[in-house]
Write a new protein. Sequence first.
Length: 667
Amino acid sequence: MEFKMRFYLHPHSIAVLATGVLLLTASCRHGQEGKTVDVAADSIEWEDSVNALCNQAAYYSNNGLRDSLILFAPEAMKVCDEHNKMGQYYYIWGMVATDYFWNYDFEKGVAEAQRIQEDALSRHNDYGLFTSYRVLGIGYGCSEDYKESSRYLRKAVDCFPKGQGPTELLGTYAYLYMALENTGEYDVIDTIMTQWKTKLDSISSILKERAFEARAGWNFEYQMSLAKFLILKKDYTAASSAIDSAEYYVNIGSSDICANMMHIYDIRSKLAKLQGDYQKSLEICDTRLKMSEEHQINSHRLIALSDRGNTLEALGRYKEALGAFHEYHVLKDSLSAVDSREQLNELNKKFEVSELKMDAERKQMEAERRQLYLVMAIVLLIMLAFVALAYYRRLNAKRLAEKNAQLSALNAQLTIANARAEESSRMKTDFIQQISHEIRTPLNILSGFTQVITTPGMTLDDGTKADINRQITVNTDRITGLVNKMLELSDANSKTVIERSDQLPVVQIAAEAVEGSGIANAKHLDFDLRVSPEVEALTLQTNHQAAVRALTLVLDNARKFTDTPEAFHQNTDMETERKTAVLSIQLSTTRRSSSVVSFIVEDNGPSIPIFDADRIFDEFVQLNEYYDGTGIGLTVARSLARRLGGDIILDVDFTEGARFVLTLPLE
């Protein structure tokens, strides 16, 4: 069975790796390889000063002094910025952002990294951009999102600037390896390990004897990662050799021998177990336990006890394993209690300091308050004197202003009333003129035919009689229709909802409206009725008479305005183009997800300007004075539609004529 080792980025592993990287960085800040190209532009004293600031920030970070780091960083960064030490500037800023991730404050860490990135882009600084990517990679690793972690760390490696000290780059390779190991991208790991080794060899050949301790640390990190990768590949012999190399570098130049040896013991123990040599693993655990006790490092001792218990259990020495696990839990409980006491003590100290500050602030506020009261009393007396002096003047001014306001209000009301009266008079005049015209025309026709018929000795053939009869009927119907429209108009302003108790097919409404409007028999146009399949058998709950009347008025409007105006009918020389009109019926859905039936009346007559889209529904509005009519058909139609729960609108997007959409709800 294939054994797959997974390395999780738990807080202990992150802290150890971060400590190593930070210590190596701090040690290289004083070496020539850590200096950036801006050294020549500043004095050596400032170079040493900003490096000292970096060391101080690293000390706060390595020792968990988070508050001190956050307070210290802004001033330190300000000094670096003032003297153009941008490498140290972003280095300190990166420690602050990374510290948020180590303390599980992911949102602040991401926000700080984004601020670093924005600052770097504004300055065109590649090292700042590298720092932002590196911090984000570490942060996503802390939250175990290893895919995002590896993505940002690879971007960091790719944009690392030339001429910059190599410590941060080599440390980034270590983080990148851990992220890729957890995503299982072993092919990518092979490539990264090759790049890492190539970079390490090139730097070592350049530095030679300089920064010896730093080079030992870099090689240690590489050999440890290589050993883990070789174990994943089950190349145990090569893995053992890589571990030996890592131990060699620890012994010749490590700044933290104990912590690094603990890592070596950990991986040696795992390798021994994979090779089935549990006795050797147990010996390593004992050595590890002894070292942790000698150096009094309880965190390493806790890990060693857990590993020893697991190894004894694998050897079947259950009683000893039970003892190891018991000691492990006792130590763990003890450390938890110590941590709790330390946290409590720290909170107590913070609380005491806070109380002292609050007490001092309280006393200061009381003194300031007393002074404020005295000043306020003096100011109040002065104000009272001014108020008493100005009171009568303001009272008189107020009375005068009120009278002026009343007069202005009355004047405004009179202006509005006059405007309304003028508008009412104008509308009344227009209405009377329209009605007079509409009634006078058919009455004149009826009067003329009456005179013809009653003329003594007048003989008429059958064709003439039939035509006279038709004209009398048409004009009588015209007067009757006009009277009916006026009655409908009187009801159009009513807000009363029309009762919808009739169940009738949608196609019946269309058929009756087509017949009532006479649009199908109009000689000047081609009419087409289109019914979509989903409404062919659909029944609508509405008011029969009102629904048919509303659609009839819309169709009548299309019939009338596709024809030549009556004033031009006598001009036989005028060429007329045959028009078309279409009634389409389909099922639609409103914004409120309600189902409605849409009756779409479309014609290629005169188009309606967009600014008249709502105005044409007003009473007595006619856009073309040459057409006969009163301008109330669409007004009545929209009133009926809305009182039935629907509406009528003009489709302003249609520009090849006019398109009106009548919608009626299904229920």
